[in-house]
Design a protein around this ligand. Structure first.
Ligand code: MF3
Ligand code: CO
Length: 255
């Protein structure tokens, strides 16, 4: 396994790839409303990405047919946008999206509630988002990769939820998926030593019930086996000597 260290120039480009992607997420969030189709969301996102002069990196990735993964309620990730799937008040909607800016990739996911959602659904979204922040407290040169994994799992399980095992985060840069794989759960050993200049996509997927998932017949959509709700939160980060920089978050989203 080889984990690339990005050059200062590549890091500059990834900052811009990240900033533009954060703007796409912001726009999609404000556009979400009951009655909209998941296909409408994809059209809006892809148009915005192309208007920025960027390329949607999910489109045609291993045959994935859209630019945004839209996963509703018990769908965990990789939901395929459809004109027939209308989002409704009370749904939780995970949007996973990425783009290429001058050869460098960014990748980020958010889960939003449509109108008023149940207290349980809101708590699941909050815990999922916070688990990312708990994980990246360990993202720093000299620490080891699986310290991040363990911190995410511990936080999620302390809140009574479970972390999906079958999908993981990843390195990112000149490709959408680079080494290393980044599980959101404890591993044997401690993983690679983190170095400044590594860029990683950290992406906890959290189920309200059991962690088991299954694939629908479309071969993409991942759903919880027990039908429980699932949330996803992801950012592209840059490891630094002091800690990390989140590349796909707008200043107003910082906690
Ligand atoms: N964001 C996803 C990931 O982190 C990528 C979706 S796979 C695709 O792996 F095929 F939809 F692009
Ligand atoms: Co990703």
């Amino acid at each position: 396994m080889s984990v690339s260290i990005k050059s200062p120039r590549q890091i500059e480009l990834m900052r811009e790839a990240g900033r533009l992607l954060a703007l796409v997420h912001k726009e999609l969030h404000s556009a979400l409303k009951p009655g909209m189709s998941t296909w409408d969301i994809d059209r809006l996102g892809e148009t915005m990405i192309r208007d920025f002069g960027c390329i949607p990196n999910f489109k045609n990735y291993n045959g994935y047919p859209a630019s945004i993964c839209v996963s509703v309620n018990d769908e965990v990730v990789h939901g395929i946008p459809s004109k027939k799937h209308l989002i409704r008040e009370g749904d939780i909607v995970s949007l996973d999206c990425g783009l290429i800016y001058q050869g460098m990739h960014s990748d980020a996911a958010r889960t939003w509630g449509i109108g008023t959602v149940s207290a349980d659904a809101q708590r699941l979204m909050n815990v999922t988002r916070q688990s990312f922040f708990e994980g990246i407290k360990l993202a720093k040169e000299g620490n080891h990769l699986y310290e991040i994994s363990a911190a995410i799992q511990d936080y999620v399980e302390a809140h009574g939820y479970s972390v999906v095992r079958d999908l993981v985060g990843h390195g990112i840069g000149t490709h959408l998926h680079e080494d290393p794989q980044i599980p959101n759960f404890r591993q044997r050993g401690r993983g690679i030593r983190l170095q400044a200049g590594m860029t990683l996509a950290i992406e906890p997927m959290v189920n309200a019930g059991r962690y088991d998932v299954e694939w629908l017949d479309d071969d993409w959509t991942v759903v919880t086996e027990d039908g429980s709700l699932s949330a996803h939160y992801e950012n592209t980060i840059l490891v630094t000597k002091e800690g990390c920089e989140i590349l796909t978050l707008l200043p107003e989203e910082e906690q």
